[in-house]
Design a binder for this molecule. Structure first.
Ligand SMILES: *[C@@H]1O[C@H](CO)[C@@H](O)[C@H](O)[C@H]1NC(C)=O
Length: 135
């Protein structure tokens, strides 16, 4: 009996999630709920040392917005980010105190991987703040 109730509850939640793109509350949060920052994955790992033995990290950013033709205007939160080595501004460019722009705002195709290295004493927790999708 309890199991049935639990199952009914989980079905309800699944249905709610499926309906989300069409529900008014979702549209208020994300006018295009299928186009959200979670579609851009960021992986990074330690990859050796830059000069003066400063740790180096390799970042891989992957566009997983398979439902779209691509994403653009990808904004990355980077308030306290710094690197002792230069990062190609066409890959990652600071636009203001808190934001960095990926690939100068141009289109990133589904499955495309963007890679860059930076060096700092600690790894920096990048997050994607905003994206726009191309259909
Ligand atoms: C980068 O984007 C800005 C603003 O969209 C543009 O003015 C500039 O020419 C772009 N830089 C390059 C090298 O394409």
């Amino acid at each position: 009996m309890r199991n049935k109730k639990l199952m009914a509850k989980s079905y309800f939640i699944i249905i709610l999630l499926l309906l989300c793109p069409f529900a008014i509350s979702c549209w208020i949060i994300y006018p295009d709920s299928r186009c959200n920052p979670g579609l851009i994955r960021i992986y990074q790992w330690a990859s050796g040392f830059a000069s003066l033995h400063v740790p180096k990290y390799t970042v891989q950013i992957i566009n997983e917005a398979w439902h779209s033709k691509g994403v653009y205007d990808v904004q990355i939160g980077c308030p306290a980010f710094a690197s002792t080595t230069l990062i190609d501004p066409m890959v990652l460019r600071r636009t203001d105190m808190a934001n960095c722009l990926l690939k100068n705002g141009s289109i990133i195709r589904p499955g495309e991987v963007i890679t860059f290295d930076y060096s700092n004493l600690l790894p920096y927790p990048f997050i994607v703040l905003n994206i726009k999708c191309l259909y």
